[in-house]
Structure formats: C-alpha cells, structure tokens
Design a protein around this ligand. Sequence first.
Ligand code: UD1
Length: 424
Amino acid sequence: MDQLIITGGHPLNGSIEIAGAKNATLPELCAALLAAEPVTLTNVPALQDVRTMLRLLENMGVNVTHGDDGCVVLNAQAVANLEAPYELVKTMRASILVLGPLLARFGRARVSLPGGCAIGSRPVDQHIKGLQAMGAHIEVAHGYIEARLSDGLTRLKGARITTDMVTVTGTENFMMAAVLADGETVLENAAQEPEITDLAEMLIAMGAEIEGHGTSRIRIHGVPALTGCLHQVVADRIEAGTFLCAVGATGGDVVLRHARGDHLDAVIEKLLEAGVEVMRETDGLRVKSPGAKALVAQSFRTTEYPGFPTDMQAQFMAMNVVAKGTSTVVETIFENRFMHVQELQRLGAHITVDGKTAVIQGGAALSGAHVMATDLRASASLVIAGLVSDGETAVERVYHLDRGYDRMEVKLRGVGARIERVRA
Ligand code: UD1
C-alpha cells in the first residue's frame, strides 16, 4: 500500500487547479442511466471513486469513452444488467445512487447494501422509504436491496417525500427517480448542497422539469423520456476547502484556480476569523496566511449546507491543533467521525473527545510520526498536520485519500510542499 512521506515546515506558495467535484460527479455519472442517448460530462476528476463508479456502470452495459481533460461520454442505450454487485459497491457508499435511475428507467434494480468510509452506521433507510412512496416494491435480502415496481405500475409515480433528516445522496436518488415518474414529486427537507444544484442543472439539460433545487423544497414534474446532454461538473468545494486549510496551517500565498468561494462561505468565514486572508478572485480564491502559530483557533459545529460541512471538519481541526487557543468542534452529521483524532494525537495534538464534541487545546508543537489514514477526509487532515509537523511524517493507507483527491501530493508539491508518494 502506498505511503505519503511529508517533511513539514515549508510554507506553500503558487497556484493550484481545483478539480471537478467528486460528490457531483458520482450522481451525474449515474444520471446517464436515465437516457438512451449519450451524455457528455466534462471536468470529471481522476479519482478512485469515479473509476469505481465507471466500472459499476460498465458492468451494467453502459458504454464509457474517455476524452481529453476529464471528458467522459456515457451511453446507456444498451443497459442489460440491472445489478450493482457487492464487489464493486463495498468500497463506495455512493453506489446506492444507481438505485433511483435504474428504477425510474427500467422499473427494476438489485443493489448491494453499500460500504464506503467507516464514519458511522450510515443506513439507507430513507432512500428505501422515499422510493417506496413512489411506488417501488423493495425487499432487503442477502445483503441486497431488491427493488421493482409495485404490481399494476408501469413506471414510478410522483409523491410527496419528507425525509427524517437531510440526506444528500437520498435527495439525489429521489430527484433521479422523479424525473421519469408519472406526475409531480415534492421533496421536503431536501439537501441544498451545491452538488444537488449541479445535478439538477444536468437533469434539466437532459429535459427534466425541476424547480426549487438549492432550497429545502424541490418540485419535479416527471417526463416520459430524457435526452443526452453536455454538462460541466462544478468545482470541488471540499478539495478547495482542504487547500485553504493547508495554506492556513503552513502559511504562504496560494491561488486556488476555479475554486467557488460562494460554495464555501461557512468555511471562509471561520478562516477569516482565525486570521487567514481569503480573497475572492474572478476565477478562484486567493489564500494568504501567516501560518497556524499566528492564527486563533475557531470553534464550529458541522451542519448541512450552507452550514459548516462535515467533509471539512477533520481538515479544519488539523489547523486548530496548531493555532492559538482552545476550540470546540461538534460533529452533528455523523456519529463516528473523529477517527483522525487518535492519529493527530500521535503527532502531538492535544484533543479530548466526548461523544460528538472534540475539545482542542491549540498551540501544539507537532512532531512527525507514522500515522494511518482511516477515511477520506481524515487522510487529508493528516496530510495538513504532516505539513506543519517537525521532521518526517508517513501517512499510511493513502488509498483513502485517492478515493477523493486527484494527485493531492503532486498539487501540494507544485506549491512548495515536501511530500512524496512511496509506492509499496
Ligand atoms: C454525502 C456525501 C458525503 C458527506 C455527506 C454529508 C456524497 C457521495 N457523499 O454522503 O461526502 O459527508 O453527504 O454532507 O455526496 N442517513 C440515514 N438514513 C439514510 C440516509 C442518511 O440515517 O437513508 C443519515 C446518515 O447516516 C448521516 C446523515 O443521515 O448521519 C446524513 O447522511 P447523507 O447526507 O445521506 O450522507 P451521504 O449522502 O451518504
């Protein structure tokens, strides 16, 4: 297994290109299942999760061709296999996103219960409940979700769906199911993340009738069929946020090209309060920092968009570890998302965890050590901590990082970080 070897203590200067968003790409690849015509996506990031999703779709019979610069053409005309097998689903929870489109276009699907990051139990009960409300008959047996249309139906039917909590992939599954359903679907308590809006824009380009995306109530009027489309994947706000925190912690001056400041308001506000300068430029963000020791640690709680993203919690915490003062971080979305704390402690961080609250005594002088990545964003926090540690840090299990960051070490090296990948 690959390792990242980081020699800390170097400020970051230069410019980094932000890739297309993982969490927009994954549902958008699945949306290609909805049409019998080719769908072209551009700005698709080169990530392990994207490769896994493409393998899953190819296994179903989707024809996939790659063009230059992150262009992927998917043709789902000849889909023959309506199953998402365990072998492909186990590493990636987002595989559940094939369920809505398959049911909507083919009236049937068999999808393994998902795996993915070990950040809590992460059930899919809401997905099942919502699709049942739209007329799906669903049984869970032998580790698989077996779904078909209820007797008497020839397609899904519109419904009012109110989920118990805000769920991002749940909202996406319902949107993709509803675009081909009979009649109107209203999603209450819908997720408002930019990735939802990006998916809605793609579906609209395919001929879907959707209103209210980006708010908590989305209305969808089903149409008989969708067409192909050309869609550019929105920039990855979490990749951008990760580099904002990296520069915040190490100090330096970096331009993040294509980064969308309007998708990062909650994170940018905290960075500004901490003492990091973040400037919005025409096509990106510029971040300037005196380094973590001159920053003031910030308390925050993770919430749904537009609140502070749970996917930025670990990275911001890494900065808080070295900044001045005590901070409190409350994780409200996932019940087990502090696994990076133990590893940060190995580098010298002072953190105590009580349930969903972590208290960080800032000002730690970190010293490099061997640490183990436990999930995707935890890995990024360990890289940031390594960049500000004295001496050498080895981050193991880098495959977690590769799921969601496109060559992070290459991008960091480009702005002056001492970071190498050691191939196992
Ligand atoms: C998505 C993102 C992930 C991010 C998360 C929260 C993708 C591919 N992944 O994950 O990066 O961390 O949103 O912003 O977009 N829940 C249930 N039952 C369900 C569905 C969800 O109990 O049927 C719970 C989850 O366990 C969690 C909370 O609801 O506690 C939110 O989860 P959800 O928004 O669904 O996360 P994902 O869509 O899996």
